[in-house]
Write a protein that binds this ligand. Structure first.
Ligand code: FE2
Length: 232
């Protein structure tokens, strides 16, 4: 068994969160959400050997990760009291972080951690028609919480590529034609261990990213992981 494993600052009494570099026959104990934040596949150590694709995740139970560039491992420790996660160190009501964000929207963000850099071609990574050449991205991760029934605000601006992995509860990643809930055109259901494998954005000629109007909606109390790729 090899790989450099460390807890990241998303970890707390409710959710364990670990970042493993270069896992090799790495033991996964108990029920664990395994996120592949790379463009390269992560393989699972069971026959027939199959992989966790890029920008994707699964739930593994008492098995091994055969190999990969890196993985994020998340384990729910206290399913019954998850709403208290927002009282853990480093958590904030999002309205306290972003001036003007509505205080009635009970969206909470956990501590942000930069976990390293990765090099990939954003054109290829986003499944576009042509490669754009390799670029280096800094990866940052954080958890979010919203109580049942929360619409977490429709937005369409990010200067990074983002993906989301469901950790606890049931929610949705939604796309809209306009900044209006009545214009929903795609509704991706999120259950624990799921990451929509196609990021929502496309590249722009100036190096930025174009997003549709989108939001997270919590059907039950929800925790999800955001993984962001910031060009450096
Ligand atoms: Fe977003």
């Amino acid at each position: 068994m090899a790989g450099t494993s460390r807890q990241i600052n998303s970890a707390n009494a409710y959710i364990d969160a670990e970042f493993v570099m270069a896992p090799k026959d790495f033991a996964v104990e108990g029920r664990t959400i395994v996120v592949n934040p790379n463009l390269t596949p992560v393989t699972v150590g069971q026959e027939p050997v199959r992989h966790i694709p890029a920008f994707s995740s699964t739930v593994l139970v008492d098995t091994t990760i055969e190999q990969g560039d890196s993985v994020l491992l998340l384990r729910v420790l206290d399913e019954g009291n998850m709403a208290d996660v927002v009282n853990q160190p480093g958590w904030s009501l999002f309205a306290d972080l972003l001036p003007g964000f509505p205080r009635t929207t009970l969206l909470y963000r956990g501590p942000v951690e930069r976990i390293g850099t990765v090099e990939f071609d954003p054109g290829l990574a986003l499944g576009e028609e042509k490669p754009l050449g390799p670029r280096t991205f800094e990866i940052s991760v954080n958890l979010w919480f919203a109580p049942a029934g929360t619409d977490c605000a429709i937005h369409n601006v990010h200067e990074f590529i983002e993906i989301h992995s469901q950790i606890h509860g049931y929610g949705r990643m939604q796309k809209f034609k306009e900044r209006d809930h009545n214009t929903l055109y795609e509704d991706q259901l999120m259950s624990p261990g799921h990451t929509p494998p196609v990021p929502f954005c496309r590249t722009r000629p100036d190096g930025g990213f174009t997003y549709p109007w989108h939001q997270y909606r919590a059907d039950t109390d929800c925790v999800w992981l955001a993984v962001e790729y910031h060009a450096v």
